[in-house]
Design a binder for this molecule. Structure first.
Ligand code: RTP
Ligand code: MG
Length: 139
């Protein structure tokens, strides 16, 4: 069992649809500790940094437009195996493949508006947390 921290974004569609409370509740009931939380609108530079591995892909411009269009909720969740467990609770990237009971399976229909982001590895988590939170903001 390893303690991990992971960066979760409730994407603009989740904020617009007022799903933040419901989704945060799932993570709290699962047992994760909330160690940082904020509402913010991503700048183009933050979005480019966050999604740097997708730069140049066909869906990249639409992804950057979407993620910067309106505010997101950023949080750090901490707990045993948090990175893998959060990804499991999110479900697959394409909501068509996401089983009911997962967050994308329950709340999303299309890949371009899939509600939530979660870090996909310890290296990604460390890099992504630093985009959104200073050392002092991590409780
Ligand atoms: P995220 O980074 O947002 O948590 O999503 P993910 O790990 O499940 O998926 P990733 O491959 O990192 O893709 C990032 C976001 O880009 C959009 N996408 N569109 N083929 C496509 O049209 C395509 N592939 C990816 C999705 O919105 C995905 O969440
Ligand atoms: Mg990803």
């Amino acid at each position: 069992m390893k303690m991990e921290s992971t960066l979760v974004l409730l994407k603009p569609d989740a904020v617009r649809r007022k799903l933040c409370g419901e989704i945060l509740s799932r993570f709290e009931r699962k047992g994760f500790t909330l160690t940082a939380l904020k509402l913010l609108r991503l700048t183009p530079a933050m979005a480019a940094s966050h999604y740097q591995e997708h730069s140049g892909k066909p869906f990249y411009p639409a992804l950057i437009d979407f993620i910067t269009a309106s505010p997101v909720v950023a949080m750090v969740l901490t707990g045993p195996d948090a990175i893998k467990l959060v990804r499991a609770m999110m479900g697959p990237t394409n909501p068509v493949a996401a089983p009911p009971g997962t967050i994308r399976g329950d709340y999303a229909t299309v890949m371009s508006e899939n509600i939530i982001h979660g870090s996909d590895s310890p290296a990604s988590a460390q890099r992504e947390i630093a985009i959104y939170f200073s050392e002092q903001e991590l409780i």
